[in-house]
Ligand binder design. Structure first.
Ligand code: F6R
Length: 610
């Protein structure tokens, strides 16, 4: 959702801000702006629409400065208008950008109106600018005014502020939303995401909850929530520029689909080095946390939730543990029956999803302290709030529709299931070797599935004119059907629903006619014969079927039944391999319909609001 970048340097920072905002575009936004402190005071340019439009306006107005802040906004409080776009300015002197939501903004607005402040926007953000201005007017320096102001805010924020009366300083604060400081040579930066500043520096400090920071060109001072100076660890980010650039691909989604053999190989690298499933893969003190658990509770949203649904089959079958999987936004408002001996697993690509974070906090508040985060973004909020962490190594995922994050989450969850099985004495050395061997073959099997792309392109052309589609699967391939339907609807805008194939005759079969394409995930597993019967039910109603099977499934093709086969059955890891063709189908259907594949309408990459 919203993104922040700020820079203080000896060079012109406007290109740094523009490049940073372009790198944050993937998060989803509807307006963008920058403000700089120049010789003439604070200057600002804002536009609804793309960063490139705002960039042209800044160039036309000759923007150039050594201190500035920038923002991409995804509207929450107030519509998509230039007045509501950030930065917000108080009294022509102080400019501020903000991610998050200020819950007590109404009360603060009334109070500030009483103090003579006039409001130009409908945003919750503008109150913060005026509040800091108010404390400056009472004599506080910039960081002191920021510290006084944030004490009065309820809600979540990442903030960066500049002030024309202090042209050598930028200040920042964080609570509930990520913000980091980038350390350069004679220049320093703030950003909500390391990708925004990676061309300038890789040395970063992740601010902690309640921290404030004061940056000059040569120094960074950080203060904790009580205002006391603190030292925070400096990290060297391994985000690569290549992962943020398209290279030879048309879209990030296409690139990321094709990166999956490598992403999966990287995610299992540590496992393959040790040639064993071990608790240490989940953190140093993981054995103590994982031993003796009685159940697993998985919490996640969207595609990550479907990864959790798949994992339930592995956790129950391999580890013999009961496993519940909940949508985080539902769990957090339910009166759940807590079990302190339960492992609570959150799954999140971004590590920022608000509902998942809140569900985790709720689970912990009920005395469930055994928490594990499976996440793709190091040092993000959810892993930081979890006792154990397993980072997937998909690399930066830029396309809004999750692809390589999903398959690497599945790999991490499979590793968890096998590790729990071993800790519980349910995996002997031979079985462990077999599972490791399956994982070793996985990147190759994914590559084989990618090689099916030309056949899938032909199917996508048949799908493109359709308004609706059904996806069917059984057992551990049912979540892959759900994922296929989600991918198709979110990027091609074709309405798609997924059902366990056995549910068809309990209602959805009424929808089937010769205009309804039905995608079936049908690998050669113990449920194949059942799936074949379900296919006959569709066939008898004139439905057009598109079956993803494997070489052993023995499907006869006919006028009504189209089959694409992966070369061999991937055994227990088959759901991961079958995720690839449904991703490709959605991608090529979207391409044929001419939608904005990497930035589908109304969606954001990082969902930091409820
Ligand atoms: C769909 C998609 C979303 C995310 C969901 C959770 O392609 O990407 O459904 O999976 O918003 O996001 P994370 O995993 O970042 O918590």
């Amino acid at each position: 959702m919203c993104g922040i970048v700020g820079a203080i340097a000896g060079r012109d920072v406007v290109p740094v801000l523009i490049e940073g905002l372009k790198r944050l575009e993937y998060r989803g936004y509807d307006s963008a702006g920058i403000a700089v402190v120049a010789d003439t005071g604070v200057r600002r340019v804002r536009r609804t629409g793309r960063v490139s439009e705002m960039e042209s306006a800044a160039a036309a107005e000759g923007f150039s400065a050594t201190l500035g802040i920038g923002h991409t906004r995804w509207a929450t409080h107030g519509g998509v208008t230039e007045d509501n776009a950030h930065p917000h300015i108080s009294h022509g002197e102080l400019a501020l950008v903000h991610n998050g939501i200020i819950e007590n903004h109404e009360a603060q607005r009334e109070r500030l109106r009483g103090l003579g402040y006039a409001f130009e926007s409908q945003t919750d953000t503008e109150v913060i600018a005026h509040l800091i201005h108010h404390y400056r007017a009472q004599g506080a320096d910039l960081v002191g005014a920021l510290q006084q102001a944030v004490r009065e805010l309820h809600g979540a924020y990442a903030i960066a502020v500049i002030d024309k009366r202090d042209p050598g300083t930028m200040v920042a604060a964080r609570m509930g939303c990520p913000l980091l400081v980038g350390l350069g040579d004679g220049e320093n930066f703030v950003a909500s995401d390391v990708s925004a500043i990676v061309s300038s520096t890789r040395r970063v400090i992740f601010l902690e909850e309640g921290d404030t920071a004061e940056l000059t060109r040569d120094a960074v001072r950080i203060f904790d929530a009580d205002g006391a100076p603190v030292e925070r660890e400096v990290h060297v980010s391994d985000v690569s520029l290549a992962s943020l650039e398209l290279g030879p691909y048309r879209h990030f989604m296409q690139k990321e689909i094709h990166e999956q053999p490598r992403a999966v190989a990287d995610t299992i690298e540590a496992l393959m080095d040790d040639n064993a499933f071990s608790a240490e893969l989940f953190g140093k003190d993981a054995a103590g946390v994982l031993e003796g658990i009685e159940a697993v509770q998985i919490l996640a949203c969207g595609t990550s939730y479907y990864a959790g649904l798949t994992a339930r089959y592995w956790i129950e079958a391999l580890a013999g543990l009961p496993c519940a999987v909940d949508i985080a936004s539902e769990y957090r408002y339910r009166q759940v029956v807590a079990n302190p001996k339960q492992l609570v697993v959150t799954i999140s690509q971004s590590g920022e999803t608000l509902d998942t974070m809140e569900a985790l906090k709720y689970a912990k508040s009920l005395g469930q302290s055994r928490t594990l985060s499976i996440c793709n973004v190091p040092e993000s909020a959810i892993p930081r709030a979890s006792r154990l962490v397993h980072y997937t190594r998909a690399g930066a995922e830029i396309g809004v529709a999750s692809t390589k994050a999903f398959t690497t989450q599945l790999v991490a969850l499979f590793t968890l299931a096998a590790t729990l099985a071993k800790l519980r004495g349910r995996l002997d050395a031979r079985q462990e070797d077999e599972l490791l061997e399956c994982l070793r073959h996985l990147p190759g099997s994914i590559q084989h599935a990618l090689n099916l792309e030309p056949q899938i392109v032909a199917w996508a052309e048949l799908f493109a004119p359709k308004d609706h589609a059904l996806f069917l699967g059984r057992g551990m391939h049912y979540p892959i059907a759900l994922e296929g339907a989600l991918k198709l609807k979110e990027i091609s805008y074709i309405h798609a629903e997924a059902y366990p194939a056995g549910e068809l005759k309990h209602g959805p079969l009424a929808l089937v006619d010769d205009a309804m394409p039905v995608v079936v995930i049908a690998p050669n597993d113990s449920l194949l014969e059942k799936v074949k019967s379900n296919i006959q039910e569709v066939r008898a109603r004139g439905g057009q079927m598109f079956v993803f099977a494997d070489a052993d499934s023995q499907f006869g093709e006919s006028e009504q039944v189209n089959v694409i086969r992966t070369p061999r059955h991937a055994g227990i890891l088959s759901p991961i391999v079958h995720a690839i063709p449904v991703q490709l189908l959605a991608y090529h259907a979207a391409l044929a319909r001419g939608t904005d594949v990497d930035k589908p309408r109304n969606l954001a990459k990082s969902v930091t609001v409820e």
